[in-house]
Structures are given as C-alpha cells and as structure tokens.
Design a protein around this ligand. Structure first.
Ligand SMILES: [Zn+2]
Length: 251
C-alpha cells in the first residue's frame, strides 16, 4: 500500500494507465542489478531510482561526477559515491553495493541492466532477463535477452557486427569502453546526450519487464544511428548453434 508521500512522489507516473498504483507497488518491490561503468550506466542508475525501483544493486561504489550537477545540493568529497547520491535522490530505494568487483550478484534480482556483456551467460543460465545496451559516437544498440522465456534468442545469437555496430570512430565527447565481447577493452567515444538517451531506453525496457513480465515482446535488436536518431528494428533469430541458449536447458 502506497503511503501519501509516495503517491505524491510518483504521481506523474501513477497517473499513467500502464503503471497505476499497483504498478508503482511492483516497481517498489522490483530488484534490478546494474552492471557496467561510465556515463551510460550512471544515467540508467539515475532513472531507475527516479522511477522508484525498490532495490538497485551494482558492482561497487563508483564516483560519478555527473550526478553532482543533477542533485541540487553540495556534496562533500566523501559523499560523491553513486550509492549515496541515489539514496539522497529517492529514499525509497535500497542501494546495494557489491564490494567484490568479480562477485556474482545474488539470485534475488529480477533482472540485469547491463552496458557490458560480461554477466550475460551466467544470468541467462539463471533464467533471468538481461537488458543490454551499448552506445558510441555513431550509434546505439539495445537488446533484451529473455532467459526467462523458452525458445528465445540470446545476446550471443547476434553476430559481433550487429552487437558492435559501426566501427568508424568520431571524437564527439566522453570516452566509453566498448562493452561487446568482440571489442572488449577498446575505447570508443560517446557524446553525452547519446548516453542519457540510451540510458532512458534501457530503463524503460527494465520497467516494462517489472510491470508486465508476461507481456509479449518480439526479440528485436534496436539500432539507433547518431546524430540523425534514425531507429531500425531488426528481428533476431535464434542461432541453433548458440553455445548459450541452444542447450537442452533452454531449447
Ligand atoms: Zn543464443
């Protein structure tokens, strides 16, 4: 049951028929693990907290100066961690920091929102949704790997070319590490608005799963081209030879 202060806090999304009071309660019970680093991850964390997702986990406390400009108060040097700022942003949220960078997060999370593919295979094996996105100066890609749905393609079913997107580099702003497996460790360039844009898209997909986990959602790779913001939807077929999802446990 929502308290009066929560009804006021979330009034602008409770009024949406897709959310309502029951939906907001689902979001407050929701548990999302966020994997990744950089501005795109920071944007996703910010919008998850703003939407009232009850538990947000992350690998470790990270400094994120971008939040300083978003929070209307001066924070001391000891209070610059993402976890602290998110708690200040929304006291409804429980922020869980996993201190060991290599630690696999607990099984209780509903889904993973990731800007890296490092945890995908393990979470697919746990039958958990994996919301993945990557952005560079040339474009962004988004795919939801539904390990909780039988017969669905996973992130590994995509060719490296489709995961990585355009390879042409343009120095448009912030640097972001390319998260895709084939390009792990490469530094690419990311214009700040693109990161914020994709961050909202990733959070939207995560909220859709929490609100309506059984809703029909065809497996599509969303590809945005910057700066035109042209969007294409590409159907993703299951790879019968995929080492992750074409196993007896997932056929
Ligand atoms: Zn697969």
């Amino acid at each position: 049951m929502l308290e009066d202060v929560q009804i006021e806090r979330y009034s602008r999304q409770i009024i949406l028929p897709q959310v309502g009071g029951k939906g907001q309660e689902k979001l407050l019970r929701g548990q999302v693990y966020v994997d990744g680093d950089g501005l795109l991850t920071a944007a996703a964390l910010f919008y998850l907290a703003a939407a009232g997702v009850g538990t947000i986990g992350m690998a470790r406390a990270k400094a994120a100066p971008v939040f300083s400009a978003l929070v209307e108060q001066s924070l001391g040097p000891d209070e610059q961690s993402v976890a602290h700022i998110l708690r200040r942003l929304n006291p409804d949220c429980t922020i869980v920091t996993h201190t060991d960078e290599d630690e696999q997060p607990s099984h209780h999370y509903d889904l993973v929102l990731a800007t890296t593919d490092a945890l995908h295979d393990g979470w697919y094996a746990r039958h958990k949704p994996f919301v993945w996105g990557a952005a560079s100066g040339e474009g962004a890609r988004l795919f939801v790997s539904r390990g909780d749905r039988a017969g669905r393609p996973c992130l590994r079913c995509l060719s490296p070319e489709r995961v990585n997107g355009p390879s042409n580099r343009q120095a448009l702003g912030k640097e972001e590490t390319c998260p895709a497996s084939a390009g792990r460790g490469r530094t690419r360039f990311l214009f700040s608005p693109y990161a914020l844009f994709l961050g909202t898209q990733l959070v939207t997909e995560a909220l859709k799963i929490i609100l309506q986990p059984e809703a029909e959602s065809p497996p599509k790779l969303l590809a945005y081209t910057f700066p035109a913001f042209h969007c294409t939807e590409q159907t993703v077929e299951k790879n019968p030879h995929c080492p992750v999802c074409s196993t007896p446990a997932h056929d």
